[in-house]
Write a protein that binds this ligand. Structure first.
Ligand code: PHE
Length: 452
């Protein structure tokens, strides 16, 4: 065990900080455009099944790995797997979260930019003008990349302050605020003329749109949103105290995360349908749809629309920040503990690597021909590679490790806090981790690859 590591100060702090990692652009930006792209309610049903059947058991498995050794991800995996080779799964998680941080910072930078233009009132205009504004901005060379780097530097500042005074304190304040604001915008959006068609889109399933790739996308979205398979949950759990109930915490975080995603859907789709914007507009959905909501919903009271728009992009940026902090922490803890350098030094290494990825991804939006891979802009490629492949693989290997390789006594001890908890669901959970999760992830993969 590594001495003098930080820990979280309270159980609420743990839930909010881990929920802060889970809740972010994945819920408010990615979930709505994935839902729009994959046919609405049918996708949501598959998503919910993925969260409950694969996500929650997978989260608990990562918690078990992290808290058992109270160290960075690479060491945690090798300790519980009793071999250095298992440490590679931790390294894979660290690599995945580094790539995610690189492209995530680009979108987070867009949010910060939108915060500034909300303040200066530049977001006003017809739906076409708002749409044109987004395309021009996101594909320009300099500004979006700079905003991305600002996000990474802000993340860096919080991470070097440590666990309790940096990460925990920020999350306790930011998460409740985000929730409140989301509720206000949902109400405003649902009151717009023609909004019911958006609500219907979210609630009435059309299974004719469901194909094998919808399953893979729902799986990827569930893992991305829960921060699963990146060693993020494992790293956070390494700061959990010994009395934290891992099962209950995972369930609470997954429920909060799902609630926020559904609320984000209820915020975007009624507004999109009301403004005549196609629900499958893709990643630009929140940058084009929402400015219209703010204008239309509050046309009688433009000042209120103005203030809400500022608050929204501020909170979106902050929600993104609580997630980028967690991704940054994974690599920082690794470099600090494994390379025996200061936390500050470790944080700088990660900041440098992710800044390069961020700039390349940002440039790829305007010039996918130069900064592209396999016919995709680098940003889309990194998103697809991590969400659809690296996260499920990371989670699959974690399940195999916890279900089959780790000592049963250790795993049970972590689940039940050394038999001080009843452990009623232990066998059900183990069944999921041993058989159901690996089988489902494999089936979805093999189907996607055309093997079955
Ligand atoms: N779960 C975060 C979100 O929904 C993204 C994330 C992925 C954070 C992986 C950490 C690790 O925005």
């Amino acid at each position: 065990m590594i001495k003098d590591r930080g820990t979280f100060g309270s159980k609420l702090g743990i839930i909010l900080a881990t929920a802060g990692s889970a809740i972010g652009l994945g819920n408010i930006w990615r979930f709505p455009f994935m839902t729009g792209h994959n046919g609405g309610a049918a996708f949501i049903i598959i998503y919910l099944v993925c969260v409950m059947m694969l996500g929650v058991p997978g989260m608990i498995a990562e918690f078990v790995v992290g808290r058992h050794s109270s160290s960075n991800a690479a060491r945690a995996y090798s300790v519980i797997g009793n071999s250095k080779r298992w440490g590679l799964v931790g390294v894979l998680g660290i690599l995945t979260s580094t790539i995610i941080l690189g492209f995530y910072a680009v979108v987070a930078g867009w949010c910060v930019h939108y915060l500034f233009v909300s303040v200066s009132g530049q977001l006003a205009g017809t739906p076409e003008e708002v749409s044109h504004y987004f395309t021009t901005f996101s594909s320009s060379a300099l500004q979006p990349a700079l905003f991305g780097i600002v996000i990474i530097l802000a993340t860096h500042l919080v991470v070097v302050r440590g666990i309790r005074s940096g990460i925990e304190r920020a999350s306790k304040f930011l998460m409740p605020l985000l929730f409140l604001l989301l509720l206000v915008i949902v109400v405003a959006s649902c009151l717009l003329p023609g909004a019911w068609r958006g609500v219907e889109f979210l609630l009435k399933p059309d299974f004719s749109k469901v194909t094998a790739s919808v399953f893979l996308e729902a799986l990827g979205q569930a893992f991305f949103s829960l921060s699963l398979g990146t060693a993020c949950l494992c790293t956070f759990a390494s700061y959990f105290g010994r009395t934290v109930n891992l099962g209950r915490s995972a369930l609470q975080i997954a429920l909060l995360d799902t609630l926020i995603a559904i609320l984000a859907g209820l915020m975007i789709f009624p507004a999109a349908f009301s403004a005549g914007i196609s629900p499958d507009a893709g990643p630009s959905l929140i940058f084009i749809t929402l400015p219209n909501v703010f204008q239309q919903a509050f046309s009688a009271m433009p000042v209120v629309g103005y203030v809400i728009s500022i608050l929204f992009y501020a909170l979106l940026s902050l929600a993104a920040l609580t997630s980028t902090i967690s991704m940054h922490e994974i690599g920082t803890a690794f470099f600090h503990e494994e390379l025996h350098i200061s936390r500050r030094g470790g944080a700088w290494i990660l900041t440098a690597i992710t800044s390069v990825i961020c700039v390349l991804c940002s440039l790829s939006v305007g010039r996918p021909d130069i900064f592209g891979l396999f016919g995709m802009a680098l940003l889309d490629f990194c998103d697809m590679l991590t969400a659809q492949y690296l996260l499920p693989v990371g989670s699959l290997l974690t399940c195999i490790l916890v279900g089959w390789i780790a000592e049963h006594k250790t795993v049970r001890g972590e689940f039940t806090n050394g038999d001080t908890l009843p452990g009623r669901f232990f066998h059900l959970w183990l069944l999921c981790v041993k058989y159901i999760c690996p089988a489902c992830i494999l089936l979805i993969f093999l189907h996607q690859l055309g093997v079955i």
